[in-house]
Design a protein around this ligand. Structure first.
Ligand code: ATP
Ligand code: MG
Length: 583
């Protein structure tokens, strides 16, 4: 297993990463179970884009394989052709690569359709499956409830010969959608409803993105998943907690099929050139990753896109991986976040601010500093002449000298942030006021001498004098004033579109509809604001996806798609401090 962008793995994982699944793997390796191998897989259904929750599973599966020199496959769980699309397949591959992982085998559940079919025939021959003619409604009615046992289907005692004949005719496309199913013959009285003769195959005459019109029948998830794991040689099949009740079924199918001792069943794979050494995988469940202030079900994310409430799957406000990428989250921050969150069996919701904290930490370490003014006010330095021009040397990073320095042009007219000046200052205001002083970052101390207004009373510019004795290298350079503000030379500034993104929802639990409001009614109306800003000249060289800190304002990223040389577009990734923090 190789990794594309991640740092070299540390020898010992952080404490939170020494989780129960890692312990299981360690003890399996010690006891020689699975021949000491570690083989995992990430099995998304290509019916939407990956989100931050999926990243937890990706980091876990690929991370374990990496740590134990094992393998991790990317397997598209494509058993439901009605909802799946190539667009999603491509997006998922991109997102896994972006996160910094490379799969070993790239597989599709549909690669195993022939094997799955042969396995189903074996179940029939062994008396473990039957063709059932009940309609979907009747099946529901026969199933029973949590408190009442179900009833046997009237078709349950068909002979093996009849079952085989009917199943082959299902495959040949002789019957209409929904007319029959193949069901496992387990126990209609089981306390676990998943074990009450669950469906194995259903008839669906749909064109499949990989297999075209070859198959009029499609395997059900619980059946396809465990068999796929086994034929792929998976050792540890990691899934989320809601599958805990499905584990007996997972085990039941694999016990009946006993694939390691019936390798003839994987012959179609071998013919197709896929290595087929079946394993007996074990399913292990862990708690989903949840974040507050967001929704993370593909259905709801899809609705946000389809209802036009966001600008597509990769809208920088979306919790999709494509969205957070466009927002400017570094993949290392997403990995570090899930690593710290750990892996347990307890469901919990993590504060979105914790993720933003990981993003700030990563960007603080490596994003170059730049100056930008988002809401400009003109400041004229009256004691410098109009032709004044100099280049000031600024460090690119306050702590990391290896990021070097840059020349920042300075002249007698600069843009400052409108709210860094107050005619009538609120209490505790330490920036520029009439008659007051402030330090222009990297320049020296200016005093506001005059406020020039437009006819309507709004402020046109502030006129200041620069105290030449406070400039770099002069004796007064260390003179203290309370505030330091950033600026951009008006003559040299470049104009840019800056998109100020904020959280998409205003409430911690948008899924909670107990107040009668749906998640769509909790959207934050201020989640996107677009401003025309002035940037320092060096940002003309920014490339799409470059991360920068605009000093005092936050971390920003050049938009992956819309930013171009001569037409800069930056997205706010995150502010410097958490404005959502409680209290
Ligand atoms: P959703 O509920 O968003 O539709 P899903 O589970 O149906 O997600 P899949 O494409 O089947 O989506 O998921 C692929 C893998 O990612 C599965 O193994 C699933 O358990 C895992 N996964 C999905 N959501 C999360 C999450 N929030 N935390 C951890 N793992 C997750
Ligand atoms: Mg799923």
């Amino acid at each position: 297993m190789t990794e594309t962008a991640a740092p070299t793995p540390a020898a010992a994982p952080p404490a939170a990463n020494n989780h129960f699944i890692r312990q299981i793997v360690l003890s399996d390796r010690a006891s020689g179970k699975h021949g000491g191998r570690v083989a995992t897989r990430f099995p998304p259904e290509p019916n939407g884009y990956l989100h931050l929750g999926h990243a937890k599973s990706i980091c876990l599966n690929f991370g374990l394989a990496r740590e134990f020199s094992g393998t991790c496959d990317l397997r598209f769980d494509d058993t439901n052709p009605a909802r799946e699309d190539q667009e999603y397949v491509d997006a998922i591959k991109n997102d896994v690569h972006w996160l910094g992982f490379e799969w070993d085998a790239l597989r599709h559940t549909s690669d195993y359709f022939e094997v799955l079919y042969l396995c189903a025939e074996k179940l029939i021959r062994d008396g473990h499956a039957f063709v059932c003619d009940l309609s979907a409604d009747e099946v529901r009615e026969y199933r029973g409830t949590l408190t009442e046992p179900g009833r046997n289907s009237p078709w349950r005692e068909r002979s093996v010969e009849e079952n085989l004949d009917l199943f082959r005719r299902m495959r040949a496309g002789e019957f209409a959608d929904g007319a029959r199913t193949l069901r496992a013959k387990i126990d209609m009285a089981s306390g676990n409803i998943n074990m009450r003769d669950p469906a194995i195959y259903r008839i669906r005459k749909l064109t499949h993105q990989n297999t075209g019109d070859t198959w009029p029948i499609y395997p059900m998830y619980d059946y396809a998943h465990c068999v796929s794991d086994a034929v792929e040689g998976i050792t540890h099949s990691l899934c989320t907690l809601e599958f805990e009740d499905h584990r007996p079924l997972y085990d039941w199918f694999l016990d009946q099929l006993d694939l390691p001792d019936h390798v003839e069943l994987v012959e179609p794979m071998r013919r197709a050139g896929l290595a087929g050494t079946p394993s007996r995988p074990q399913q292990i469940e862990f708690a989903r990753g949840n974040l507050d202030y967001t929704v993370m079900s593909k259905r709801k994310l899809m609705a946000l896109v389809n209802d036009g409430l966001v600008d597509g799957w990769d809208d920088p406000r979306m919790p999709t991986l494509a969205g957070v990428r466009r927002r400017g989250f570094p993949p290392a921050a997403v990995r570090a976040f899930w690593e710290r969150a750990g892996v347990t069996k307890q469901n919990s919701v993590i504060e979105y601010g914790v993720l933003e904290g990981s993003v700030r930490e990563e960007l603080d370490a490596r994003a170059p500093r730049r100056m930008a003014v988002l809401d400009p006010l003109k400041l004229v330095i009256a004691n410098l002449d109009d032709a004044h021009a100099e280049a000031l040397e600024f460090p690119n990073h306050p702590k990391n000298e290896s990021l070097g320095t840059r020349a920042v042009p300075f002249s007698n007219t600069v843009w400052i942030e409108r709210d860094d000046f107050a005619e009538v200052p609120p209490k505790g205001f330490h920036r520029l006021v009439p008659g007051g002083e402030v330090r222009l970052r990297g320049v020296g101390i200016v005093r506001c001498e005059e406020v020039v207004k437009h006819a309507d009373g709004s402020i046109a510019e502030v006129r200041c004098t620069l105290d030449a004795d406070t400039r770099h290298g002069k004796p007064g350079a260390d003179r203290k004033v309370k505030g330091t503000i950033h600026w951009v030379s008006a003559k040299h500034a470049i104009a840019a579109e800056v998109r100020l993104y904020d959280r998409l929802f205003t409430v911690p639990d948008p899924d909670d509809d107990s107040d009668g409001k749906t998640y769509a009614e909790h959207l934050n109306p201020a989640s996107k604001r677009v401003v025309q800003a002035w940037l320092e000249a060096s940002l003309a060289d920014a490339r799409p996806e470059d991360n920068v800190q605009f000093e005092r304002l936050g971390y920003f990223v050049a938009d992956r798609h819309d930013h171009a040389h001569g037409k800069p577009v930056f997205n706010r990734t995150v502010t410097l401090r958490d404005s959502w923090a409680k209290g």
